[in-house]
Design a protein around this ligand. Sequence first.
Ligand SMILES: [Zn+2]
Length: 57
Amino acid sequence: MAKKKAGRIIVAMQCKECGATNYQTMLNKATTPKLELKKYCKKDKKHTTHGSKEKLK
Ligand SMILES: [Zn+2]
């Protein structure tokens, strides 16, 4: 049986330049408390730094 993905949360990746949340990803808060990625922002029409932002359900 597949193990449950404990500790994994869904986060939104938010553009640090315009604040748009362009992506969603899963991360393990225990191992990756903070995530930053270079992603393409549709609003800025270029690659910008996106930071993880915890989604509240
Ligand atoms: Zn942006």
